[in-house]
Design a protein around this ligand. Structure first.
Ligand code: ATP
Length: 250
């Protein structure tokens, strides 16, 4: 298993994040390779959201973050978008009264005026090809969509930034099994198109079938990591997170 910073798209070492006296992330080290899907599995309160928010500079952190071989001294939300990291936050945070199309465009705000409009429109077409269910709803206010479709818009908005790395915060939460299957197919397609994904989830069963590698986060610490297929067989992990059989990654 290649877990070194050389060649990794993202390498994090000894990340610490605290809310005042509450230490939420404790010395987390992880890496994501080019074109790789990596999962972070953890229960409620394990520190998953805190980890992602620190990676994009929404929370101050200590430790080392290296993106594309370059250390990121103090990540700020603007810089990380420019550096090619895009966060799809938990609970989507869409603008409910704005159309699906306008919500998607918000993901490309830093590209408007910098790139030909045709390039942005082309990316919007790609998002609609990835999530065909959104095609007929492009003009609808986002709040009129089902939860699953709103999640598709949030992911599409993340993709509109043209990230090298997409960070997904519990994207499967509350979705019906059929919608989860659609989502997992879309994530595999995103990877095939050349982007990397770091996905944090409680739904270990779903993500261990998708990711090549995974980290298990408990009380802010990485307590296990390795190949997803190996972790899926780990008795302690199965007892804690998995009720049944896991499909191996194809
Ligand atoms: P969930 O699945 O519930 O979103 P999580 O794994 O994403 O959980 P975090 O939300 O990152 O976990 O929380 C990690 C720890 O930090 C928890 O103990 C939580 O209570 C604490 N925490 C989170 N946000 C704050 C905050 N704004 N102020 C103080 N403590 C916080």
């Amino acid at each position: 298993m290649n877990d070194a910073s050389e060649g990794a798209l993202l390498h994090v070492e000894g990340l610490e994040v605290a809310y005042g006296q509450v230490q939420a992330v404790r010395g987390v080290s992880l890496s994501v390779g080019h074109h790789e899907v990596v999962a972070v599995i953890g229960a409620n309160g394990a520190g998953k959201t805190t980890l992602l928010r620190a990676l994009v500079g929404l929370l101050p952190s200590r430790g080392r973050i290296v993106l594309g071989g370059r250390p990121v001294a103090r990540p700020s939300p603007e810089d990380t978008v420019r550096l090619g990291i895009s966060l799809v936050p938990e609970r989507r945070q869409l603008f409910g009264s704005m159309s699906v199309s306008d919500n998607l465009l918000l993901g490309a705000y830093h590209r408007i005026g910098q790139e030909p409009r045709a390039a942005i429109d082309e990316d919007q077409h790609r998002v609609l090809a990835l999530f065909p269910a959104l095609r007929d709803r492009a003009a609808s206010p986002a709040r009129t969509l089902s939860g699953g479709m709103q999640q598709m818009v949030a992911i599409g908005r993340g993709l509109m930034a043209r990230p090298r790395l997409l960070l997904l915060d519990e994207p499967l939460l509350g979705l019906a099994p059929l919608v989860i299957a659609d989502m997992l197919r879309a994530f595999a397609q995103i990877q095939q198109l050349g982007q990397s994904i770091l996905i944090v989830e409680q739904n270990a069963k779903a993500v261990l079938g998708l990711a090549a590698r995974a980290y298990v986060l408990e009380a802010g610490r990485v307590v296990r990591h390795g190949r997803a297929t190996t972790l899926a067989q780990d008795p302690a992990l199965r007892a804690a997170y998995l009720g049944g059989h896991i499909e191996p990654a194809s």
